[in-house]
Design a protein. Structure first.
Length: 299
């Protein structure tokens, strides 16, 4: 399988944000978007990545969350159009999981807004899902020698926090799913927004980490590849013989540093695991350049 990995699209909507929606956490998020993030995250970069991907003949595309900024309907509608018109791949060839910005508020979670717009990308080939505010998670898509497992780590959090949690029910469903014979005969690639390895700082973990990361890693009965976003950085952690994680940078970030600039990761995978990886980075002139993934960090 040739698998492409995008993350952290942070697509803005086409209409101004109504003042009535700018309360609580969304107010601080909007100020960050208006005066900081909006100048470096551009929708045209995501569109360029999507069109480049369409011509590569990839077998599957994984998008690991933060499709939106403020979890507003207009943002999700803009992402849905981008998927239809620019990526233009069947939903069966694209798997999506939510990020913290996609369940930004309790209202977004209660309304099940994410699953309303992206349900075709969340379908499962085996019954395992729990009732999650983001949709049916975990899901699994069996594709050749690979089992793609989608997980929802996003939960509403207080202002200035972006932590995640799978929860007991989802972890239990995941363990049952991983023991299914159809999954066990394939190599597992898990999709999640938050990294499965937390930063060394307890404070950073508390504010931005995955609060049950240890439990997640112990759920896998054998080697697995975990694809994530959240950090806006290409980073590899762990061990290929156990749980190896690969992060993608933001697909909309026009950073001057190649290791953080918009691009996507490509992985060649078979039943034995990850065979080859590379990164395509969007240049300032719109052309793409190829780079290797960084060497694994100590977990």
């Amino acid at each position: 399988m040739l698998l492409a990995h995008l993350s952290d699209l942070h697509v803005r909507g086409d209409e101004p944000v109504p003042l009535s929606r700018l309360v609580g956490k969304r107010a601080t998020g909007y100020l960050n978007l208006r005066y900081r993030r909006g100048s470096t995250h551009k929708k045209w970069a995501v569109q360029a990545l999507a069109r480049e991907l369409r011509g590569l003949g990839v077998d599957h595309v994984a998008i690991t969350g933060d499709l939106s900024n403020l979890a507003l309907e207009d943002e999700f509608a803009a992402v849905a159009r981008l998927l239809r018109e620019d990526l233009a791949l069947p939903a069966s060839e694209v798997s999506i999981v939510p990020g913290n910005h996609d369940l930004y508020t309790r209202g977004a979670a209660r309304s099940r807004r994410f699953s309303h717009y992206f349900a075709p990308y969340l379908t499962s080939d085996l019954p395992a899902a729990i009732d999650h505010p983001a949709g049916p998670f975990p899901f699994v898509r069996l594709r050749g020698e690979v089992a793609l497992v989608g997980l929802a780590s996003a939960i509403p959090s207080p202002p200035l926090c972006a932590y995640g949690r799978l929860g007991v029910a989802q972890r239990s469903a995941l363990r049952r799913l991983l023991l299914d014979p159809a999954v066990r005969e394939r190599f597992v690639v898990a999709l999640i927004h938050h990294p499965p390895y937390n930063p060394p700082s307890p404070l950073k973990t508390l504010r931005n980490g995955l609060h049950d990361a240890d439990e997640l890693r112990s759920s896998f009965p054998g080697p697995a590849l975990v694809l994530h976003g959240h950090l806006h950085e290409r980073v590899v952690q762990g061990d290929a013989g156990a749980v190896l994680s690969c992060g993608a940078t933001s697909a909309s970030l026009l950073d001057k540093r190649p290791d953080q600039r918009a691009g996507f990761n490509l992985y060649e995978i078979d039943r034995a695991g990850l065979k080859r990886s590379r990164v395509l980075v969007l240049g300032e002139g719109g052309a793409f350049s190829e780079h290797p993934l960084p060497a694994p960090r100590a977990a």
